[in-house]
Structure formats: C-alpha cells, structure tokens
Write a protein that binds this ligand. Sequence first.
Ligand SMILES: [Zn+2]
Length: 417
Amino acid sequence: MNGHRQAHEDDESVGHGGAGHGLGAFGIVDTTLREGEQFAGAHYTTAQKGAIASALDAFGVEYLELTSPVASPRSFRDAQALVHQGLRARLLVHVRCTLADARAAVATGVHGVNLFYGTSQLLRQHSHRKSLNEIVDEAGEVISLVRESGREVRFSSEDAFRSDPAELRDLFLAIDALGVDRVGVADTVGVATPRQVYALVSGLRAAGVRAGIEFHGHDDSGCAVANSFAALEAGARFLDTTVLGIGERNGITPLGSLVARLYTVDPALVGKYALRLLAPLDHLVAGIVGVEIPFNTPITGSRAFTHKAGVHTNAVLRDPRTYEAIDPTHFGVDRSLEISHSLTGRAAVRSRATQLGLSLDDSRLRALTTQIKSLGDTRRLTMDDVDRLLLGDNARRGDGAGPPGPPIGAPTMRGEP
Ligand SMILES: [Zn+2]
C-alpha cells in the first residue's frame, strides 16, 4: 500500500512546482466534462466532448474527470470513446461510492475512479442517513474493488466545510488507511474562506493523511480561486478546475483564473502548460455552452489587457510591466490601449500618431490631446474620431503622409465602441 502511494508521490504526471515560493508539485484535475456538464447551458454531444478533451489535453492538464457512466447510456459510451482517443491526460470518472457505480466505472476502461460521499450533518440526515463508521465500511469494499482493478482511486467528501472537522479528520485517516491515491475535500456550496481551506488541508496533513489531497471549490461567494490557492499552500496536490469555471450554479475554480493566480506567483509554476492554448480553449467551451467569456475573466476576458487612463497608457507604452503583472504575449493575447476618451494622455496620442505615420511636435500634441479630452467630455468618442482629428490636423498643416497602419507588435489602439 505504501509502495503504491509512494509511486504516486513521485508521479511525473503532477509535475514540479518550482522553488522559492514554497509551493509543492501539483496537478490539475479538470472537470469540464463532469462538473461542467452540470452547468445549465451545457448539453455536450459526443463530438464536443472529444473536442473539449483534446483541447484540454493539448493545454496539458494532468487529469480529465468525466460524468458518471451510470448517469445515462451515452455517458458510458462516451467515457469508453474518450479512453480510445489516445490522450496523454489520465481519465477519471466521478461516481457515487457504491459497488454498482464502481463496477460501471471500471468497465469503461478509464484510468481512475473518483468516489464521492456526503459527510456533512445535513447530507447525512437528509441524503443517506449513514454514520461515519458505516461510510468507512461501505467505502472499504468499493475502494478494494477499484484497487484490485488496477485503477487509481480517490475518495472525496462532499460539503467538507459544513462537516465536523474532527469527524472529517477521523474519516480521512480511516479512508487513507484503506490505500486510496487521493482524498478530496470539496467545498460543495462555496462557503469556505481561504483560511478555513488552509486550516483543513494542513490539518489533514498534520494528522498523518498520506494520500494526495485534492481540492474542489465552488464559487458561490467568489472565493474559489483563492481557496484553491490556499489549498495548494497548505499542501494539497491536486486542484479541480473547469474551463471558464462552468459547473453547478455559478461553478467552480476557472482553469484560466487558477493559471493566472499561479503565474503571478511564479511563471515557472505553469510552465508545464501550453499557455497559448488557453484562449482557444476558453473560446471553444464558451461557444459550446453558449456564453460569452466574461469581460473580467483573467487573461482571456476582452478587457484583461486594456489600458485606459493617461497615466496608465503612458507607463505601459514605456514598459508594460508597470501596470501588467501578466505578460499577454506568453498567452498569445493582445494588449490594447484606449485613447479616445477624456482620460487620455499625450503619450497615448503620440503613440497613435506615430502608428498613423505622423510626427507631431510637443505643442501640437498638447493641443490635440486637449481637444480630444474636451470632446470626450461631451460625448463618447471612437478611434475614428481621434484618427480624423489627427489626420485632419496634419492635412491642414500640409503634410499629407498616409496612414500606414499599426506596426507589427504594437498594442491595439481601441476606441470606445
Ligand atoms: Zn462541484
């Protein structure tokens, strides 16, 4: 049992966390194909599941979690089909902790089985009415079945943050002794705070839980990313995500947001992932489930790298690091500067004039910037308004250089719509 677990500790699939920040190696368990299928807008076809799996695999997540094969006949067939897709990521199915579900899970041919059980007082009273001892006894049989099939096995406690911490610790120690690869802590209703997550995960480690700890956090109160990061700081090894955070209600930790969180600590933490594939991945899933990527989404949101105020654009033109903690070029996305508004500044206007092939002296630049600011106070301006102003001024002054278009690598200059 120990050897089994030790092999997993050294598993290449979870990568290495890098140094200096105290964070250990971790792996992402992406559950867009399970939790994400529980999102109100998701009705994946078999082909769409294949496309999402391929895109996540190309990005480099370590695990893909799939819907329970007992949920529907097609769920079973789709899991089998994904097994034959030749992905690098390991495939897991998410099933209730029963022998029947575990047998179906094993029959699909996936690499691992994720068992879940409700451990809060509420779920124990209203859902299954089992005592903790009964849960451990039942889980023991199911875990044995999965282990004997040669699959990885995870046992996860639903609603862990409304469960009694002492009971949860005893339960996980008992489950750990049964030889699971991972134990999962789920903030099923999104109530945990980062401090609570840190305390629970580090408490389980201190109590002697040896299996890798996995964290699954819902975003009902906006803490999912912070909670996932706190779990990692506390020693969790596996973090659950979905693309754009889709899932039950308002979903869980978004993959891209977690990547942003880790990148700002140390880009090396996410160096194992194909970062330039994040934006196509977000767009793929947004299209499939019929949502826009929210404007405030880290990295791939439409405004993630848009700079507006004169003070900001001036500094960004000199050195983008002044107002960007994340380098958009690492993710293959564009930076843009908004200059057609009353908060604009001379540096931004000069930059646009240069893109248009114009050379303005300081006094003209000052006058034109003032003019743009005044106009912007009276109405919403567009980039065309600004360009007309700059080019018109230039034509009046008798130098008819035509607009050559922005040079390669220049930030996009964006007007208000
Ligand atoms: Zn969930």
